[in-house]
Design a protein around this ligand. Structure first.
Ligand SMILES: [Zn+2]
Length: 278
């Protein structure tokens, strides 16, 4: 069942859990995530990231994600992750996406504010929810480093930003990074609590794979309602393919794809259990 970002985060708020948001740049990912969510009966977010455009163009994978969401037995939001241009966001809105993240975090504050306002105005007429980012993570999506290092989100600036833009969810910076962690991340989860209380909005954790179950739980208690998780899920798929190739002489690619799908399903199920407190 298709729902929008605001609705799915409301479900999370009511039951004090976090919804997992998983990038799904191919059919194996879509099926892995939806099978796991349906088995656990939890709401879920299917995301498309602009950096996966080469793997799966939005115009091709977007309609597939929409169809799968409509057929699902659990509430599903179809979401655009880290969109940096409003033209690309318009493409997602036209396909029917029910959530978008406008990411102006690399821009000066005033420009981020102005563009986020535009994004909210555009999304409104499509009944689509908007997430925005303030502050900057230690690394960009895809693992490239941020030249200046992380910029932690200032709680008071967050209050002004949320009030002026009218966004539905905020992604603050509090110590997570995208990609695979090289050392254990040190998270400022008190900052999450303060920002959640001051803004009254659901908060989003980016770089959510590779965080310890304890940190997830504290973060959720403190106000995280959406957790973006992909790198470790994808890695689980790759490892399953490697293991199968070492064990057998595989001819057909679809056998590798299925092995990857099953491993990603098991990995996302584990993550969803933690996010939902199951
Ligand atoms: Zn992200």
């Amino acid at each position: 069942m298709l729902v929008n970002l605001k609705e799915i985060l409301q479900l999370a708020e009511e039951s004090k859990f976090a919804v997992g948001a998983f990038n799904t740049p191919n059919l194996e990912c879509i099926q892995a995530v939806l099978h796991a969510a349906e088995r656990l009966k939890v709401p879920v977010i299917l995301s498309h990231a602009e950096l996966h455009e080469e793997v799966a163009p939005l115009a091709e994978i977007g309609p597939v994600m929409m169809l799968a969401a409509r057929k699902a037995k659990v509430p599903v939001c179809v979401h655009l992750d880290h969109c940096e241009t409003l033209a690309y966001m318009q493409q997602a809105l036209d396909i029917g996406f029910t959530g978008v993240m406008y990411d102006g975090s690399t821009l000066p504050y005033a420009e981020n504010l102005a563009n986020t306002k535009k994004a909210v105005a555009m999304a409104k007429s499509y009944n689509c929810g908007v997430e925005a980012e303030l502050g900057a993570l230690a690394s960009r999506e895809g693992g490239a480093g941020n030249a200046g290092g992380p910029v932690y989100t200032d709680p008071d600036e967050a209050v002004t930003f949320c009030a002026e833009t009218g966004i539905d969810a905020l992604a603050p910076s509090f110590g997570t990074a995208h990609g695979i962690y090289k050392s254990k991340p040190v998270l400022d989860l008190d900052r999450v609590k303060v920002i959640a209380e001051k803004t009254g909005l659901p908060l989003v954790m980016h770089g959510g794979s590779g965080v310890s179950p304890e940190d997830y739980r504290t973060g959720i208690t403190n106000g995280l309602r959406k957790i973006n998780y992909y790198s470790y899920m994808s890695k689980a798929g790759t490892q399953a393919v490697k293991a199968l190739l070492e064990a057998q002489d595989v001819t057909f690619f679809h056998d590798l794809a299925l092995a990857a799908q099953n491993a990603m399903e098991a990995d996302t199920e584990k993550a969803m259990r933690v996010f939902a407190g199951l």
